[in-house]
Design a protein around this ligand. Structure first.
Ligand SMILES: Cc1cc2nc3c(=O)[nH]c(=O)nc-3n(C[C@H](O)[C@H](O)[C@H](O)COP(=O)(O)OP(=O)(O)OC[C@H]3O[C@@H](n4cnc5c(N)ncnc54)[C@H](O)[C@@H]3O)c2cc1C
Length: 413
């Protein structure tokens, strides 16, 4: 069977490795970090959320972005300084408003398919990643927001999702720890949550046992495709040795690019336009250290539509809260003025202590139509499984199966 290289050991790379090794391919994964899941798949919102499949391509997103430009704590921030990549991406985003309905429905279908695969992996492989199947509850603060949400819900239902409206009383019955006032909500009973980092690392261990080779600390510099092979030129970095190692080349039958936000640059080298822009987000992980906090933190996953905040309970003693979208290049600095609104939100909605909080920032690999790229390159033997934006945890289990079938068709059949 062919030997396939994968670039990137985030959720997309590791799920791809898993599918390919199951189908009998030889697989080598190149990852520039020393461990899997150290970039965007590190501390995300934790939701496996078909219910969050709505694409953002709406005029209202842009209007909000412009309105919030001067508010440092707004959920959506656009740095207006000129950058060609950012502005061509924004134009392409606007051009996809016409595909809003179609792409939302397609994303729901993909997410439902992915849910099946994800639960099957959890059952078959049995490692712990704090999987919790307790549903996801969206809540809304105003009649206006709730009205808009009804239209979105109709679209999600058309994609096959079971999701229904709930009253303020029902919200409190579904998640009794909530202490705020809410106008109404929608509940998706079959969505779930888990720890993406634990999942990716757990699955990487399974892959290794099945024969996948991982090259950590290996920064891929160049991909040289040919009709009968692909050469991967990489630098093996070892932080213990200060001396720069000479670049090495390995030869494969094919390569899958799963490089998160860097897939844009890798694609560029190959003449493929994989127009991923890094959309920055933040999370906090609240350590639940006392009995009161353990008792008063929610188990049902939440999505506060106006604050654009998602939550997940990761085991007894951790509560993850994530949100915000920033168009500000590749910068991963953790800004206090973006973290504080997440902490304030926890204090407003729950009776739990926020004296022990771990902050994180990551870059969503976002395509302008918000649809992942699961496809062949213009170049022979090169494939992409990337660009999963705000839904990489939710969609990867399905796109890994899709790309492995594509590789079968191209290199084996
Ligand atoms: C704040 C926030 C909250 C989120 N919440 C959710 C959520 O609740 N649910 C959900 O489904 N999704 C969520 N997401 C999105 C999800 O986390 C991402 O879509 C997903 O992690 C992307 O995975 P990836 O494999 O594409 O990228 P990554 O995890 O970034 O992996 C790419 C890997 O490729 C490696 N790489 C790149 N270039 C090279 C090279 N040249 N050589 C070697 N290695 C290379 C990188 O080092 C990296 O490890 C959230 C994202 C953020 C930022």
């Amino acid at each position: 069977m062919p030997h396939i290289a994968i670039i990137g050991a985030g959720i997309t790379g590791v799920t791809t490795a898993y599918e390919l090794i199951k189908q009998g391919f030889s697989v080598t994964v190149f990852e520039k970090n020393l461990y899997p899941a150290m970039e965007t798949s590190f501390a995300n919102g934790g939701q496996l959320s078909a219910c969050n499949a709505e694409v953002w391509n709406q005029k209202s997103t842009i209007v909000k972005g412009i309105k919030w430009m001067s508010q440092k704590n707004a959920p959506l921030l656009l740095n207006p300084s000129f950058n060609m990549h950012k502005y061509t991406w924004l134009v392409a985003f606007l051009n996809n408003i016409k595909n809003y309905e179609k792409n939302t429905i397609e994303t729901v279908r993909l997410a439902l398919d992915s849910r099946k695969h994800m639960f099957a992996i959890a059952d078959q492989e049995g490692f712990d990643f704090n999987l919790k199947k307790k549903g996801i509850l969206h809540f809304y603060h105003t009649a206006k927001d709730f009205e808009v949400a009804k239209n979105v819900n109709a679209l999600l239902n058309r994609g096959g999702l079971e999701r229904y409206g709930v009253t303020p009383e029902e919200i409190k019955a579904i998640e009794p720890t909530l202490t705020g006032d809410y106008f109404g909500g929608f509940f998706t009973p079959d969505d779930a949550t888990g720890d993406i980092h634990k999942f990716t690392r757990g699955l990487a261990t399974v892959c290794e046992k099945r024969g996948v080779k991982f090259c950590f600390g290996a920064n891929v510099l160049k991909i040289n495709p040919a009709l009968d092979r692909v050469e991967i030129l990489y630098n093996q970095q070892n932080p213990k040795h200060q001396i720069e190692q000479a670049a090495e080349t390995s030869v494969f039958d094919g390569v899958v690019i799963c490089g998160g936000v860097n897939s844009y640059h890798l694609g560029d080298q190959l003449g493929d336009k994989i127009n991923i822009y890094p959309v920055k987000g933040y999370s906090i992980t609240v350590n639940l250290k006392d009995e009161r906090s353990v008792k008063n933190a929610p188990w049902v996953s939440l999505l506060d539509e106006s604050a654009k905040i998602v939550t997940s309970r990761l085991g007894v003693d951790r509560f993850r809260v994530a949100g915000t979208a920033e168009f500000n290049g590749y910068n991963k600095d953790i800004r206090n003025d973006r973290i504080q609104p997440l902490i304030d939100w926890v204090n407003k909605n729950f009776d739990i202590a926020t004296d022990s909080v771990v902050s994180w920032a990551g870059l969503r690999p976002m395509m302008p139509d918000m649809m992942p790229r699961v496809q062949r390159s213009k170049q022979a033997r090169v494939f992409y499984n990337t660009g999963h934006g705000h839904l990489g945890f939710t969609l990867s289990a399905a796109t890994a199966v899709m790309i492995s079938h594509e590789i079968q068709r191209a290199l084996v059949a």
